[in-house]
Write a new protein. Structure first.
Length: 242
């Protein structure tokens, strides 16, 4: 089992960045109903805590490999070797975590191990391998996903997928254009793969850009309340342990 030498989430430095604020809304819209009456909840990768304030039970545990991402009482540890007994939790959340872990099967199996039978796993991962850029290298990613691949990976671990959808759909043309521009820039400069960094810097946005991106995200929220979306830069999945 290996972990890319990457430090904390960008949310450590910029917890109010538009992407984290919007992800809060989209994760909650899609996944909150799957929490049910859970009492024991584990948030893996809690450095992204700004996005999961809605993930609450009567007993909550947060875990992150980087102590800077932990609130008081959080557990510093690896998602590949969780310091909890089998079936300890009703809900396990892993938001933009699995792409940092290798082997994938071991990572998902470990998350499933600490989930009780009938418990729910809530997951988000980045979409589309063609969108790989230096930003993924810097983040210490191993892979990006399609919805089919994400669903298959969870099903192989004995989980029953209850909902899966893309998200960040309304601003997807902007995302695709930005990734193409990154690739062209790297090709022109003949740059090789970037190295993983401690805390990744996110692209700067002006106040008016922030407002536009958030407005586009609220289109996603409206749609996701009614249906699953066919493309986007992230994938959200809710699954149940058989």
């Amino acid at each position: 089992m290996t972990v890319v030498p990457h430090g904390g989430s960008a949310s450590i430095a910029q917890p109010d960045y538009w992407w984290y604020r919007l992800r809060t809304t989209l994760l909650r819209t899609v996944l909150e109903s799957h929490i049910g009456d859970a009492s024991r909840v584990l948030d893996v990768g809690s450095a992204d805590g700004p996005s999961v304030g809605w993930l609450r039970g009567s007993f909550n545990v947060s875990l992150d490999v980087d102590p800077r991402g932990l609130d008081a009482g959080g557990v510093c540890g690896s998602a590949l070797a969780l310091p909890f007994c089998d079936g300890a939790f009703d809900v396990v959340g892993a938001f933009d975590v699995i792409e940092h872990l290798d082997p994938e099967a071991d990572a998902i199996a470990e998350l499933a191990r600490v989930l009780k039978r009938g418990g729910r796993m809530l997951v988000s991962v980045p979409a589309y391998q063609w969108a790989w850029s230096d930003f993924d290298d810097q983040n210490g990613h191993y892979r990006r996903y399609t919805r089919r691949r994400a669903v298959a990976a969870l099903e192989r671990a004995g989980l029953e997928v209850q909902r899966s959808t893309y998200a960040f759909t309304a601003m997807f043309p902007l995302f695709a254009a930005e990734r193409v521009a990154r690739k062209l820039k790297s090709a022109v400069r003949r740059e090789g793969p970037a190295s993983a960094v401690d805390v990744v810097s996110v692209p700067e946005t002006s106040p008016w850009q922030d407002r536009i991106l958030m407005a586009l995200g609220h289109i996603d929220r409206w749609l996701l309340r009614r249906t699953n979306l066919p493309f986007g830069s992230s994938i959200l999945v809710a699954a149940r342990k058989r």
